[in-house]
Design a protein around this ligand. Structure first.
Ligand SMILES: [Zn+2]
Length: 429
């Protein structure tokens, strides 16, 4: 099969009308469907009804999107317990079990039901809009058992006309040989494993400088660092990320702009305070809270994924109008609230990465002066690097960019071994 040009892979829409819906139509549709999803879940899923009743919610009083945003967040980390207390689905299944197509076992343990609707997990658009095209021969390296990822993506590949080679996890040498032997041009899996496969091919004597058959990769389940993306791009591979979860399927995907992940058109996403569940202003880091408009088997409303992200409401040059998530920035239980803003260790690392030649170690120490939080950024410099005022100002600046907070950079001789990236020394008594 002839190679596809990057232009071919970067143009076109999977479902143009939905993806380019006007912003005001989109808002109206989201509001209407969120309320519909809420009332459906309340009526059909006894576990959800019980959850709301336990929190004194009167469903009749939920009339508009403001009421909706005050509904309690159903936390993902509480689901295993709910499932165990009322097996097997915690009362969240809204159809008889015999209507299902599959039941996935995920860590927890938790059972994730799948209905019979075509493209149930909404992953076809993720693949297509990421750049996969009919006829691609795709190696799917996600596991096919005891986790849904393998089958999710396998079905989606077939749904858009790709050929799948289900290889699952591990067996690097066999996989590298398969990649060469079948002239595989598509990859699905974690990004680091793709690089391992290429290195293994080189070890086995393949001259990758002459060009790989591999053209397109959809990666998920692991942070894609800019350097790894660049390394894979250098082999001629387009690398796009997706945010996929076991109970929601395709939540968001990267478009050719590679600058954030577009939210699926059939989901409503709020970025919320992980503690109170209140929606946060655009641009803040917070928990991804999802409402699924179209899952009639297992309706999820204001479902707290525990993942952290930032919402980008800007317009994307690709023409899609859905908001974007600026990557997944860690877990909600790892954040620290400083001056009312959530800060994740990764934001600190992000700032430090800009000074890889100067900074040996970094940590943020949070203290309190009266009622005010103080953020001190401790820097242990690399041997021979001078702690100048210019460097201090530059670090302050990058910390402010990544955390939206003003800190005070100090150079220290040594940051103690094993200390946390964000050391919270505030006393609350
Ligand atoms: Zn876009």
């Amino acid at each position: 099969m002839a190679k596809r040009t990057q232009e071919e892979r970067n143009s076109g829409f999977y479902a143009e009308t939905a993806e380019r819906m006007g912003r005001s139509d989109r808002t109206a549709f989201k509001e209407r469907d969120s309320l519909k999803a809420f009332h459906y879940a309340y009526e059909k899923a006894p576990g959800y009804k019980k959850f709301l009743e336990g929190r004194g919610v009167d469903p009749g009083a939920v009339k508009n999107i403001d009421d909706f945003s005050k509904l309690p967040v159903l936390k993902k980390n509480m689901m295993p317990e709910r499932h165990q207390n009322n097996p097997p689905f915690g009362g969240f299944l809204a159809v008889p079990v015999e209507k299902l197509k599959r039941i996935y076992v995920s860590p927890g343990p938790i059972y994730d039901p799948e209905g019979r609707k075509e493209d149930y997990w909404g992953l076809r658009k993720c693949l297509y809009n990421a750049g996969f095209r009919p006829g691609d021969i795709v190696m799917n390296t996600f596991s096919y058992h005891l986790t849904p990822a393998g089958i999710f993506l396998d079905e989606a590949c077939n749904g858009i006309g790709c050929v799948t080679v289900p290889t699952g996890v591990g067996n690097t040498e066999i996989q590298a040989k398969t990649m060469a032997g079948l002239k595989i041009n598509g990859y699905i899996g974690v990004p680091s494993f793709l690089m391992s496969l290429i290195k293994k091919m080189e070890e086995l004597g393949h001259d990758t400088a002459k060009g790989l058959s591999m053209e397109i990769a959809l990666v998920a389940g692991e942070i894609l660092s800019p350097s790894l993306r660049k390394g894979l791009n250098d082999y001629g591979i387009i690398v796009r990320q997706a945010y996929i979860t076991a109970e929601l399927g395709g939540v968001a995907y990267e478009c050719p702009q590679e600058n954030g992940m577009h939210i699926s058109d059939d989901l409503y996403i709020e970025i919320c305070d992980p503690v109170t569940g209140e929606p946060l202003p655009a641009g803040s880091i917070g928990e991804v809270v999802v409402t699924d408009f179209s899952n009639e088997c297992y309706p999820l409303v204001r479902y707290g994924t525990g993942d952290l992200s930032v919402l980008d409401e800007g317009e994307c040059l690709c023409g899609r109008t859905s908001y974007k998530l600026k990557g997944i920035m860690g877990r909600a239980d790892e954040v620290t609230k400083i001056k009312g803003m959530f800060v994740h260790p990764r934001q600190i690392d992000e700032a430090a990465a800009k000074f890889s030649g100067e900074i040996e170690k970094i940590r943020v120490v949070v203290t309190r002066s009266g009622v005010t939080d103080m953020m001190t950024v401790e820097i242990q410099l690399k041997h021979g690097v001078a702690g100048t005022d210019t460097l201090k100002t530059a670090i302050d600046e990058k910390i402010r960019e990544s955390t939206k907070l003003r800190g005070n950079t100090v150079f220290v001789a040594e940051i103690p071994e094993g200390s946390k990236k964000i050391e919270d020394k505030r006393k609350w008594d």
